[in-house]
Write a protein that binds this ligand. Structure first.
Ligand code: FES
Ligand SMILES: [Fe+2]
Length: 384
């Protein structure tokens, strides 16, 4: 198993921290105003910017297995239809008919070569082209080629399906956008994985509170005292700034075994849990032998959806492996739940005025980096 220069560097840093008791630190603590979570104007701007102008993970490649496969997505507040066309290319459209706006399909997923609007039966193909309409004479000489479904930028990269939920004039260079993370993401071979479980939770908390639960390991021995705490070194993480994305490496205690091995025999994955933040709301959380993909979407100023896929290298062939993965799934559901219960309780106290700002400690680095990138996007300095 090959290991990248970045991974060798991460291991070197953590072995040094094990030696001297340190961890990565920012030069100063950061103060984040509580209005980030409570101000309706800020929230509206976030939705309009972060959740419209940047690519969001909407599924795994196996969820569009063949030409004609499709799924719909409504969570972001834009009705979206994602298809795989006859050339095998992933396409995304507004799930909105061009005649008088009816929703083309209500089905969460399925297979079809065409989409026929339930209202007056205008029919579109997998590329969104308007193929036909009943009693066309009533529409004179309209140009059908101008009445295709509104297309959204869609991409299949690293086995994941990404969509930008707005049809702005400007295109999106997905390869350039994801380039800082490409080496690591491509090494995972996610396109060869399979979805073991997929779930979606409505939580009563501002989306930032859910996001921040994955941006530091300082809370592991508080919030996850009886679960994740003992599985990792306590608050000793390495942060790799791949602006606007972030790689957060959380070492297992066994990492110290590498002290006895020459560098060219080092392995990386079995010694880390890696929480990759992919701007603005996506995580690729890499465990030693499987991967969680999560997306966090606001549904109001004080509510959000947490959506997660558990990807495993191959579908379980035996009861034993089914049980093994199920156990992992049960544990992660418990751990995530510990985070969300705390997040919902933070939400309850947000409007009390007890805090006007939250403090991001010097080692809560994901909070620093994520918050800076979000500000950059809101203020127009960062675009996809
Ligand atoms: S609204 Fe779709 S065919 Fe009329
Ligand atoms: Fe947590």
């Amino acid at each position: 198993m090959s290991i990248s220069a970045e991974e060798t560097g991460i291991i070197k840093s953590i072995l040094e921290y094990c030696e001297n008791g340190g961890t990565d630190m920012e030069p100063a603590l950061m103060r984040n105003p509580v209005t980030t979570y409570t101000d309706p104007e800020n929230h509206a701007k976030e939705v309009e910017t972060l959740f419209r102008k940047f690519p969001i993970i909407m599924g795994h490649a196996t969820q569009l297995p063949e030409a004609g496969s499709y799924f719909t997505n409504d969570e972001i507040g834009v009705p979206i239809l994602v298809t795989r066309n006859n050339d095998g290319v992933v396409k995304a459209f507004m799930n909105v008919c061009r005649h008088r706006g009816a929703r083309l399909t209500d089905t969460p997923c399925g297979k079809s070569k065409t989409f026929s609007c339930p209202y007056h039966k205008w029919t579109y193909d997998l590329n969104g082209n308007l193929r036909g309409l009943p009693q066309a004479a009533g529409f004179g000489d309209i140009n059908k080629s101008e009445l295709g479904l509104v297309e959204l930028p869609a991409f299949e990269r690293f086995g994941l399906i990404w969509v930008r939920p707005s049809a702005d004039e400007e295109g999106l260079d997905m390869d350039a956008w994801i380039a800082p993370m490409a080496e690591q993401l491509s090494s995972l071979g996610l396109e060869n994985h399979t979805v073991f479980r997929e779930w979606s939770l409505d939580r009563k908390m501002n989306w930032h509170l859910a996001l921040e639960g994955f941006q530091e390991s300082y809370h592991f021995c508080g919030a996850h005292e009886h679960t994740a705490c003992s599985a990792y070194l306590d608050n000793q993480s390495v942060w790799t700034d791949h602006y606007p994305h972030v790689r957060h490496s959380v070492p297992l205690p066994t990492i110290v075994d590498l002290n006895d091995k020459p560098v060219d025999e080092w392995e990386h994955r079995r010694y880390f849990m890696t929480q990759n933040y992919v701007f603005p709301c996506n995580y690729v959380q890499v465990m030693t032998d499987h991967v969680y993909i999560h997306t966090i979407i606001p549904t109001g100023i004080d509510t959000c959806i947490f959506k997660c896929m558990m990807l495993i290298p191959e579908a379980p062939k035996t009861e034993k492996s089914e049980r093994y993965w199920q156990k992992n799934y049960d544990v992660i559901r418990t751990v995530f739940n510990e985070d969300f219960e705390i997040g919902e309780n933070i939400q309850k106290g947000l409007n009390t005025g007890a805090n006007t700002e939250f403090l991001f400690g010097r080692y809560e680095i994901g909070l620093h980096l994520g918050t800076k990138a979000i500000h950059d996007a809101l203020e127009g300095r960062l675009t996809a």
